[in-house]
Design a protein around this ligand. Structure first.
Ligand code: ZN
Length: 493
């Protein structure tokens, strides 16, 4: 039975977007806090491209590699450096979704422009890398945006020349300032139907993810950020950010006063959720397949390398044929039986408590069921080998055969009559010790078949004939005083 349960839907993954994680990255990337990577602790004082922002690029490489991504840096001719982490799609590796932000800056700090967008791309990588996606996702950091979209333009031109199939580009540039607290953010799109679709997806995600922000669609949108490099080649691209052009610009824009202290944290968290939600939606999360089994087994159950001897709920993480996580859940019920038997005052006692019982005589390898003997305790009728067959929840077990030798006192206590002659050629006389209203006499042959059943009323001495072949017969005498079984040998004269 296959169920796709706790699906990695966009909704469930977006819940993982952490403001703490975003803030930590912004603080490190904007030089508020030092960062430790490649065994050194450094402070990223600035990210200005022509003043050497390679430390910032190294930080991004380190962060992407830590999520297990394939990372490349593209040093293009003007001396800029784009940083790209790639996770290949499992279904359509040639279909590419890009979540991106420019990482360069014009002054120290520049937290909003654009550590805020860069941290969101890293947060997307943190959340998405443990899962599987249909399309390829690229986590991209553009250089030299501030010098005229140079990094993104270089990438879009070469991607177009290669014939890359880019399904969507999300550009984030400044996403944490909401000076008038009106929750408005800008969506920049244009008349390209695919861009309008991206815009519509954002609007519907606001609804399904229940993100309390107010969208302002700007069409035609600004061409002053990196998405415009993709619009030039008619690649679908959308720009999401704070309402900079829409009427609430960050007053610290392009100065070293652009620091994290000006962030509206709640606003930033929501906008990051929306951006990452769009990215997940476009990339297409592959649901974790959960296989659930309910298994009942007798005594033990072997699963892969493990032998389970007790009931348990077991979960195993497996890798599917396409290299994605799948989960195997097993609800295992193991039935065990205690097959020990113990001599007690009247004969034998089974130690298991949850079973049904059938007592048997052991003759060689045969186990002959004893008539009506199916209680936990078994009153042994005569010296012999006995065992019990136990059944619990469809599981069967048979105890060892045990020789029971009754003491004389036990035999006397058991006896309700004396029988003679034994051996006999045909008739047996049954002399009751007490005259009772009614005695029932059962005669069984050695295979436990009932061959005679007779009733006697108020009669001390009774006779029965042993029909059939010579051999061992069992005569059971049942009276209100008790019941005993006798072994009688039939032997022709
Ligand atoms: Zn910017």
């Amino acid at each position: 039975m296959f169920l796709s349960a706790f699906s990695q839907t966009t909704q469930s993954l977006v819940k993982e977007v952490s403001l703490d994680s975003l803030v930590k990255t912004v603080r490190e990337f904007s030089g508020e806090d030092s960062a430790t990577f490649n065994d050194t602790t450094v402070r990223i004082v600035h990210r200005v491209s022509r003043k050497n922002n390679n430390l910032a690029a190294d930080y991004l490489v380190h962060r992407l590699e830590a999520y297990g991504l394939q990372v490349e840096t593209i040093d293009y001719r003007s001396g800029g450096r784009n940083v790209i982490g790639t996770m290949l799609g499992k279904t359509n590796p040639d279909s590419i979704v890009i979540i991106s932000a420019h990482y360069d800056a014009v002054a120290n700090y520049c937290a909003d422009d654009n550590a805020s967008g860069s941290a969101t791309v890293l947060e997307a990588a943190r959340i998405m890398t443990p899962y599987c996606f249909h399309n390829t996702i690229k986590f991209v950091f553009w250089d030299e945006e501030e010098r005229g979209l140079i990094g993104s333009r270089y990438y879009a031109d070469t991607a177009n020349a290669r014939g890359d199939r880019i399904m969507a580009v999300l550009n984030m540039d400044m996403m944490a300032y909401d000076g008038n607290s009106d929750k408005v953010f800008d969506i920049h799109t244009n008349s390209n139907p695919e861009n309008r679709r991206l815009k519509d997806t954002i609007l519907s995600l606001l609804d399904t993810l229940q993100i309390d922000l107010i969208p302002k669609v700007i069409n035609p949108g600004t061409t002053r950020s990196d998405h415009a490099s993709f619009w030039r080649h008619r690649y679908p691209a959308v720009f999401c950010g704070e309402s900079f052009i829409g009427g609430d610009p960050n007053p610290a824009y392009h100065t070293s006063k652009d620091r994290i202290g000006l962030f509206d944290m709640e606003y930033y968290h929501k906008l990051a959720k929306l951006a990452i939600g769009l990215t997940i939606e476009m990339t297409g999360a592959i649901k974790t397949v959960v296989e659930h089994d309910t298994i009942s087994a007798c005594f033990e159950y072997a699963y892969r390398d493990t032998v389970f001897k007790e009931s348990t709920v077991y979960r195993d993480h497996l890798i599917s044929s396409i290299g994605c996580d799948s989960v195997y859940e097993m609800d295992l019920t193991i039935t065990t039986i205690n097959d020990s038997i113990k001599r007690n005052a009247i004969g034998l006692n089974a130690l298991d408590t949850a079973s049904t019982y059938q007592w048997v005589r052991c003759i060689g390898n045969s186990r002959i069921p004893m008539y009506n003997q199916n209680k936990k305790a078994f009153r042994v009728p005569l010296d012999d080998f006995y065992a019990v067959i136990l059944n619990n929840q469809g599981c069967t077990d048979t105890s060892d055969c045990v020789l029971v030798t009754l003491t004389d006192i036990e035999k006397l206590h058991l006896a309700v009559a004396k029988l003679y002659p034994n051996p006999t050629s045909d008739f047996v006389t049954i002399e009751l010790f007490d005259v009772v209203d009614e005695a029932t006499i059962y005669v069984r042959n050695s295979t436990n078949q009932l061959v005679v059943q007779t009733h006697c009323y108020n009669q001390k001495v009774n006779q029965v004939e042993l029909p059939g072949a010579d051999g061992i017969y069992f005569i059971q005498v049942v009276t209100s005083m008790g019941a005993s079984t006798y072994r009688v040998i039939k032997k022709a004269d």
